[in-house]
Design a protein around this ligand. Sequence first.
Ligand SMILES: N[C@@H](CCC(=O)N[C@@H](CS)C(=O)NCC(=O)O)C(=O)O
Length: 344
Amino acid sequence: MNCRKSMTNSLGAILAFAAAFIIAAPANAQTLKAVKDRGALNCGVSEGLYGFSARDKSGNWSGFDVEMCHAIAAAIFNDANKITYVPLDASRRFEALQSGSIDVLSRNTTWTLSREVELGLSFAATSYYDGQGFLVRRDLNKETALDLDGTKICVQTGTTTELNLADYFRANKMLYGLVAAPTLDSAIKGYDSGQCNVLTADVSALFGIRLSLSKPDAHVILPDVISKEPLGPVVRQGDVQWFNIVKWVQFAMVNAEELGVTSKNIDEALKSESPDVRRLVGAEGNYGERLGLTNDWAARVIRLVGNYGEVYERNVGTGSELAIPRGINQLWSKGGILYAPPIR
Ligand SMILES: N[C@@H](CCC(=O)N[C@@H](CS)C(=O)NCC(=O)O)C(=O)O
C-alpha cells in the first residue's frame, strides 16, 4: 500500500469515527452533563399542593410530583435525594424552565399545544390524567356545575383552569363573578373567607384543598369534570437526550407496574427469565447506556422510588389521606389509559 493511499484510508477512518460520534451524542445534549457536574437535579415543583408537592416543617419535600424528581435523580445518581427543589407558582413556572434555572418542571402542569409551540417547551409524558372540577359549600345545595350560574368563583391565574372556566360558562350561556388569585394560598383564603362561593381547580388538587379546610365535610366536589388536564413533566426543547431520559423514566415506572416489578421484589426481578423484565432491569441489552445513563437505570428507579402504582398509592391513592381512586390513571390492561411503549 503506498503512503498516499494509507493516508486517505486513515483520514476516512477518522471521519467515519467522528460521524459515528456525532450520531451517538445528540446535538445540545447539555442538560445531563450539567446535572452530573452540579451533582444535583434542579427540579421545579409547585409551592405546596397536598399529595403532589408539599414541604414539611423540617423542609423535606414529598408528593407525587416530587417523586418524579426522585425518580430522575435515582436514574442518574443512584441517589433519589440529589435534588434542589425550586418551588414555583403557576405564572413563574415556565420562565424558570426557559431560563435554565430548573432542569425539569414536575408540577401539575397541563400539556397543551401552545405551551409547546409558543414557549419552546416539550412535555415528556403524561404522569397523571386529570380534569377540572368545582368545590362548593355543601349548604349551597348545588348538584352539578350547571347550577353555578351567577356564582362567584375563585381561580388561580396563569393556569388552564381560568381559560376552561371562561369557555365552560360561555358555552353554557351562564355568568360568573371572577375572583382571580395569583397564588393557590390566596385562592383558598378567598374561598374560606367567602369572597367566592366556588373554587375551581384540577380535581386532584381539589381533593387536597378540601382536606386543608377547617371542616372538609362542609364542602363537596361536584361530579362534573369540564376539561382534559393531562399533567406531566416538562423540559426545554432542543435537548433530545434529556427529553428521552425524563420520558423513559416515567415509562419505566409504568412498565414496571405492568410487569409486576416493585421496590420490594426488584432483587428477584434482576434474576428473572422474562425477556421484558430482563430488558427493564438492565440484565439484557444496553438500553440505559443508549440513553446516556447506566444499564441499571430503571432498576435504580424501581428500587429507590418504586413503580407507578406504588408512587400513586402512597401519595394520592389508598395509602394516603387523599384516597383518590385510580380511575383512568389505572394501567390500560386494567381498564385505565396508562400505556407505556416497550423497552426494547
Ligand atoms: N393544570 C393546570 C393548573 C395548575 C395549577 O397551577 N394549579 C394551581 C391551583 S390548584 C396550583 O397548583 N397552584 C399551586 C402553586 O401555585 O404553587 C395548569 O397547568 O395550568
